[in-house]
Design a binder for this molecule. Structure first.
Ligand code: NDP
Ligand code: 8X3
Length: 251
């Protein structure tokens, strides 16, 4: 029987690449996000790989919608083996003392509370079955703050703490918890951060070869494919000319 993976934020970037990679290695996938048209297009493509695909359209900030979506799954899709908590992003790059309240709320509600909601909904079944894997997409931004990163960095530090905390809480089971911490990955991330300013977003990746969503999906596949007794707790994955969240060598 094929294993089942649920990927949040599978409509774009890292999440989309994870859905594609996990489908390619034989998982049935549940892909989630807010954009139904993107979910449908990706589901159509992945179905051609011969795996089962289910789309769930909901906002991870809406607890009731998230719970209803999970409850709506057909019974044979209830036993989720892999949860990829990927939905999230950065909104704004202002100094902390000039930050925009709405941006702070969006980041905290999505990157921390949304991830927690999905964990709360799916991990009890994993504990009961004594198997499963939670892959949280953290960030190098969670290791140390960088200029203007303040609240985004704090949310990714929270992802590290929540991953470590969950790993402790499920240590009596075979459930594994992995925090993957990417550096610069060229996706829609910076377009979101700069509120749709594509020109500003493109500058983030100028003079350096950034990572791709596929590079991160390979890491996710590595972690979930490791033997049952191996728990990849954390992976920090940077572009080659990147040394940290704030040190990047550009040509
Ligand atoms: P993208 O903007 O390309 O993708 C973000 C995804 O998150 C989209 O699928 C979006 O789907 C989903 N999403 C955002 N808000 C919500 C919400 N409220 N409810 C449901 N889904 C939501 O960026 P990335 O692929 O780069 O980002 C994915 C994750 O990777 C994020 O957690 C980000 O912080 C992290 N990351 C990114 C890095 C980078 O450099 N790109 C580096 C390190 C970590 P939709 O709009 O359809 O809802
Ligand atoms: C995304 C990577 O360094 O732009 O989390 O914050 S960074």
């Amino acid at each position: 029987m094929k294993k089942i993976a649920l990927i949040t934020g599978a409509t774009s970037g890292i999440g989309e690449a994870c859905a594609r990679k996990l489908a390619m290695i034989g998982y049935n996938v549940i892909i989630t996000g807010r954009r139904a048209d993107r979910l449908d297009a990706i589901a159509y493509e992945l179905s051609a790989l011969g795996v089962g695909v289910i789309t769930l359209e909901f906002d991870v900030r809406d607890r009731e919608a998230a719970a209803a979506a999970i409850q709506s799954l057909p019974p044979e899709w209830h036993e989720i083996d892999v949860l990829v908590n990927n939905a999230g992003g950065a909104w704004g790059l202002e100094p902390e003392y000039e930050g925009i309240y709405a941006d702070w709320d969006t980041m905290i509600d999505t990157n921390i509370k949304g991830l927690l909601t999905m964990t709360r909904l799916i991990v009890p079944g994993m504990v009961e079955r004594d198997r499963g894997h939670v892959v949280n997409i953290g960030s190098v931004a969670g290791d140390a703050a960088y200029a203007g990163g303040n609240v985004y960095c704090a949310t990714k530090s929270a992802v590290k703490a929540l991953s470590d905390g969950l790993r402790i809480d499920v240590a009596h089971t075979k459930v594994r918890v992995t925090n993957i911490k990417p550096g610069l990955v060229e996706t829609n991330f910076s377009v979101t951060r700069f509120h749709g300013d594509k020109e500003k977003a493109d500058k983030v990746y100028k003079g350096i070869q950034p990572l791709t969503g596929e590079d991160i999906a390979e890491c996710v596949a590595f972690a979930v494919s490791a033997p049952e007794h191996v728990q990849v707790a954390e992976l920090l994955v940077l572009a080659t000319h990147q040394a940290s969240g704030s040190v990047v060598h550009r040509q």
